[in-house]
Design a protein around this ligand. Structure first.
Ligand code: KIV
Ligand code: ZN
Length: 505
């Protein structure tokens, strides 16, 4: 069977999702999970775009072993220098350089002629080759490019050493049969194409990114670029989990290295770190993907799951609990369930998690898998906190100005603050901001329910930045959403303070 290389660009194109901004630790955590998923290539970022991005790529390059690590660079020396600087510590580095080849992009954006673009592409690949033997080249907006010119560019960059040619549908314009045809025609026309890996990169503006990627694979593409949960610019990129499961379930005769049992966990991790919630009816990883509502369906699935399930939940790593955890559950059942969900905790972590579990079980009748995931994800920060919430009281109601009173403990110093706001959370945040007296920008706040029901856990996610643009994240869960919001804010601030102390900024 022919091998299809899975190129994950969650950390680069996926991070270009509006509102998403991951810090170095979060990117590293995702990269490590992508290793467990066994992707072939990780595009770790676009190093020239910011110092934080550069640091993230460098950290991943130096610490993540196994897959090829690549970074994006425009077809200009400064970008390529920066990409190489960040990648040089990688076990298997690859430079990914690109320039647009469609008339509309060349005229309107680059203000360059075809001849100039061709020369720049050749120069960039030669330049990148001085550093790294593995160089990927992407003719941006390939789908809307003149076919003859596109083929000329591809042929010339292969002559000077490109090892991977990636065909992007940058604006998500292609239809599946057209895109498959384009790949087939490139294969037929470009005489040295068999010297490289032919790759595709599809955007989802018409909801066709996965269909286009599959059509390309069936017409000779050997690498597919995709993101977890389909994150990405505008309507996103092709979703990794959908491409992989389509190839597996429909036995398309292609060899994939992906460990599908890690799909669910990877999807949840990316969702929780990016704050982008997965729609319930999302294929493969949505909450409803394996839920059966109608009686007829339920009856069928009980008789034989294959009546209404074309793949098993277990195949993506989703294991349904047969045991309901609650306040009477013991340590053993708790530990076993965590193991089934794929968590392996140290003795101390397990101890701490069990205490949190019992606290939660006192407030909530049934503890679901989602609750456990939130408990583990958000649980181990308390000891690192340099600011703790000691007291929180909020008065709010119809016709009342919401007023919050807080007392925080900042390294032993107790600080009290009272403030009002447009709502209870706004009042709490103003009170906290006044109490901590630290310059920062509140970039993002989101609150979501982990499970359903009025006693559900609320998960708050907060992002703050310092004046140099470094981003710090705080997360917290509680059945009391105001408490979760306050704690998440304080955790983000604690992370900022710890960083300041460490770097002396
Ligand atoms: O969509 C696109 O064209 C890209 C390229 C940089 C590969 O992301
Ligand atoms: Zn893209």
């Amino acid at each position: 069977m022919e091998k299809i290389y899975i190129f994950d660009t969650t950390l680069r194109d996926g991070e270009q999702t509006p509102g998403v901004s991951l810090n170095v630790e979060e990117k590293l955590e995702i990269a490590k999970q992508l290793v467990r998923l066994n992707v072939d290539v990780i595009e770790a970022g676009f190093p020239i775009s910011s110092p934080g991005e550069f640091q993230a790529v460098k950290t991943i390059a130096e610490n993540v072993k196994g897959p090829i690590i690549t970074a994006l660079a425009r077809a200009i020396p400064q970008d390529i220098d920066r990409a190489w600087e960040s990648l040089r510590g990688a076990e298997n580095p690859r430079i990914h350089t690109f320039i647009a080849t469609s008339d509309i992009h060349m005229e309107k954006k680059l203000k360059k002629t075809r001849k100039e673009v061709l020369e720049q592409a050749i120069y960039a690949v030669k330049y990148a080759k001085k550093y790294c033997s593995d160089v990927e080249f992407s003719p941006e907006d390939a789908v809307r490019s003149d076919f003859d010119f596109l083929c000329e560019v591809i042929e010339k960059v292969i002559e000077v050493g490109a090892t991977v040619i990636n065909i992007p549908d940058t604006v998500g314009y292609a239809l599946p049969w057209e895109f498959g045809d384009l790949i087939r025609r490139i294969r037929e026309r470009v005489k040295n194409i068999d010297k490289v890996i032919l790759s595709v990169h599809c955007h989802n503006d018409l909801g066709l990114a996965v269909a286009n990627s599959l059509s390309a694979i069936m017409n000779g593409a050997q690498q597919v670029e995709c993101t977890i949960n389909g994150l990405g610019e505008r309507a996103g990129n092709a979703a990794l989990e959908e491409i992989v499961m389509a190839i597996k379930v429909r036995r398309l005769g292609k060899d994939l290295g992906i460990n599908t049992k890690e799909i669910y966990k990877t999807s949840r991790l990316v969702s929780s770190l990016t704050g982008i919630v997965i729609q319930p009816n999302k294929a493969i990883v949505g909450d409803n993907a394996f839920a059966h509502e109608s009686g007829i369906h339920q009856h069928g699935v009980i008789q034989d799951p294959s009546t209404y399930e074309i793949m098993s939940p277990e195949s993506i790593g989703l294991t349904e609990s047969r045991i309901v955890l609650g306040k009477h559950s013991g340590r053993h059942a708790f530990e076993k369930r965590l193991e089934e969900l794929g968590y392996s905790l140290s003795k101390e972590e397990l101890e701490e998690a069990f205490i949190r579990f019992k606290e939660l079980a006192d407030k909530k009748k049934e503890i679901t898998d989602r609750d456990l995931e939130a408990l583990i994800k958000n649980g181990f920060k308390e000891s690192e906190e340099v600011i703790r919430l000691e007291h929180l009281q909020v008065v709010s109601g119809l016709g009342i100005v919401p007023t919050a009173t807080i007392i925080i403990d900042k390294k032993g110093e107790k600080i009290k603050s009272i403030n009002t706001g447009n709502g209870p959370i706004d009042a709490v945040y103003k009170a906290i901001s006044e109490a901590i007296k630290l310059e920062h920008n509140l970039l993002d706040f989101s609150l979501r329910s982990v499970t359903s029901g009025t006693d559900a856990l609320g998960e708050a996610l907060v992002k703050v930045s310092d004046n140099s643009g470094n981003i710090f994240v705080g997360r917290a869960t509680s059945t009391d959403v105001i408490e979760a919001s306050a704690k998440a804010y304080l955790r983000a601030i604690s992370n900022l303070l710890t960083y300041k102390e460490r770097t002396g900024d």
